[in-house]
Design a protein around this ligand. Structure first.
Ligand code: AQP
Length: 332
């Protein structure tokens, strides 16, 4: 039987995921399980780049794992694990630091943005993409499903892998990105040229997977559209970012194509579009939360998934790390 290609992706346990995390990552994760062998990681070490309170981080890890299960991740056929439970990530991270160009890392847009927002500009924040490289390269990953915000990071990962391979031979697989065309960047509701982020301090910018019907109605009703007259419900990211964002959310939640959504709203107004987004989001999130509650209640089950996931991940990670140690002359 032909061996399945490997997919790797991660999510940080930094709070309740948004509809952007769902559309850009989690919904893709579920679909990819059919074709690929999938390795999904809850990136708790990455989450430490911002200050975390012990109990909140602990709770967020369990919440995020439960969300992944509720979104349809199957831990029996694939691997889902917690990053800090597999120490090979930190070990490879150090080695890759020594193969990463400082200037390139300094040009990462996410670092530049977070640096401006953050009081706590730590080395971990700077080093974030190198730990990401270790995550991906440890598992001989072929494809990495990502939102558009992560494209630059994947290019850096490929660059680090090439650099290492050029010196030591074909140790790392060179991974490719996999974008969800119309969901690769769900944007802020009040500022639709900015990415929707779960850590955004203004919660009116985001739809959390845990927002109830009343809150969803309020936030979508207030979402920025435009003043085109007559109203024109068409997908155009540059000329109509607010409308495109709503179309994209609706298309991803209902499964209708972007074209179909546009056809459904010919001669309709922005209020009609918003009502449909509200209706579909409320139903979708209610069902998701039911599945989430089912998993979140059973911490013994969740802990078993973590233990088994770490065991399976370690088995693969150890093989790659050993070959890296071998070529570097670190093994005796
Ligand atoms: N707005 C988005 N649209 C599409 N995809 C998105 N992703 C995040 N936001 C959007 C994708 O979700 C995956 C997991 O993200 P993460 O939690 O690891 O980190 P992030 O990209 O930094 O996500 P947030 O929500 O912006 O978190 P905070 O606020 O903690 O920094 C990734 O594949 C990402 O592309």
């Amino acid at each position: 039987m032909k061996k399945k290609k490997i997919v790797f992706s991660a999510i940080q346990p930094t709070g309740l995921p948004t509809i952007g995390n769902y559309i850009g990552a989690l919904s893709q994760w579920k679909k990819l399980q059919k074709k690929y062998f999938c390795i999904y990681c809850i990136a708790d070490l990455h989450a430490l780049t911002i200050y975390q309170k012990k109990y909140i981080l602990n709770k967020n890890i369990l919440d995020t794992l439960s969300i992944c299960l509720a979104c349809g991740i199957n831990p029996k056929k694939n691997i889902i694990f917690i990053q800090s439970h597999v120490p090979q990530h930190s070990q490879l991270n150090w080695i890759l630091n020594c193969f990463t160009n400082f200037g390139k890392l300094n040009r990462m847009n996410q670092f530049k943005e977070k640096k401006n927002l953050n009081q706590n500009i730590n080395v971990g924040l700077f080093n974030y993409p190198v730990l990401m490289a270790a995550d991906i390269l440890l598992y001989k990953t072929n494809k990495v499903p990502i939102g558009r915000d992560q494209i630059q990071h994947i290019e850096l990962v490929r660059n680090i892998a090439h650099k290492f391979n050029n010196i030591y031979g074909d140790i790392f697989n060179i991974p490719e990105k996999k974008l969800n065309n119309y969901g690769s960047c769900i944007t802020s509701l009040l500022n639709p040229v900015k990415k929707m982020s779960k850590s955004d301090p203004n919660k009116n910018n985001i739809i959390s997977l845990f927002d109830n019907d009343i809150i969803i109605r309020k936030k979508i009703s207030n979402a920025i559209t435009d003043s085109d007259f007559p109203p024109n419900i068409q997908y155009n990211l540059y000329k109509k970012p607010g409308i495109s964002n709503l179309i994209s959310i609706l298309s991803n939640i209902t499964g209708d194509s972007i074209k179909q959504v546009e056809l459904n709203f010919i001669n309709k107004n922005y209020n009609n579009l918003k009502e449909s987004v509200i209706y579909n989001l409320c139903i979708f999130l209610k069902n998701l939360r039911k599945r989430y509650d089912f998993y979140r209640r059973d911490e013994v089950y969740l802990k078993n998934i973590m233990i088994n996931g770490a065991k399976k991940a370690k088995k693969n990670a150890k093989i790659t790390l050993k070959s890296v140690y071998d070529v570097l002359g670190l093994n005796f």
